[in-house]
Design a protein. Structure first.
Length: 166
């Protein structure tokens, strides 16, 4: 017998970058409900809320945090805002999914990890390529020493311009 997952109310914060890509994915996950979105661009928030039937819109993060009823915050804001927003969400008892980078330095990231443990809340950063099949394949074959001597590697940055990169 399959157990139905509990409902998870989600607030998406920041929609001008990757935040706008979450709505279709979250709509396919049983129990996941986007109950609020937050961004400084009120017109864009209103448009997305209408398109995806999202009941609450905010232009103030603290108001969204306090009033939305979200269990989890998906944070996709400019990089310099990640630390304070993730910190505040964890301290408010929310689970957090944050776009990368999680923080601007190791000290901030360590603080967030500690706060997550103390609050007993899940903190995840969007390092999606680590879970992709090609990444698992390379990790497996590297650990099994099946690749031989690696003498050259090439990497590419896969992103789209969002206009607020730090």
């Amino acid at each position: 017998m399959t157990q139905t997952p509990p409902n998870l109310n989600i607030a998406v914060v920041g929609i001008r970058g990757y935040g706008a890509s979450y709505f279709n994915t979250l709509a396919k996950i049983p129990g996941a409900r986007v109950v609020a979105i937050c961004d400084l661009d009120k017109a864009a928030v209103d448009k997305i809320a209408k398109e995806h039937s999202i009941p609450q819109v905010y232009s103030d993060f603290n108001e969204c945090l306090a009033k939305s009823g979200a269990d989890a915050m998906f944070i996709a804001t400019p990089h310099f805002l990640h630390f304070p927003m993730v910190r505040d969400a964890l301290q408010a008892g929310k689970h957090v999914f944050c776009e990368k980078p999680l923080a601007l330095d190791g000290k901030e990231a360590t603080t967030l990890a500690r706060l997550s443990r103390e609050a007993k809340r899940i903190l995840s950063c969007h390092y999606n390529q680590r879970l992709h099949a090609r990444g698992r394949f390379l990790r497996h074959w590297t650990k099994e020493k099946q690749l031989g001597s690696i003498y050259h590697a090439e990497a590419r940055w896969m992103t789209r311009w969002t206009g607020f990169m730090v």
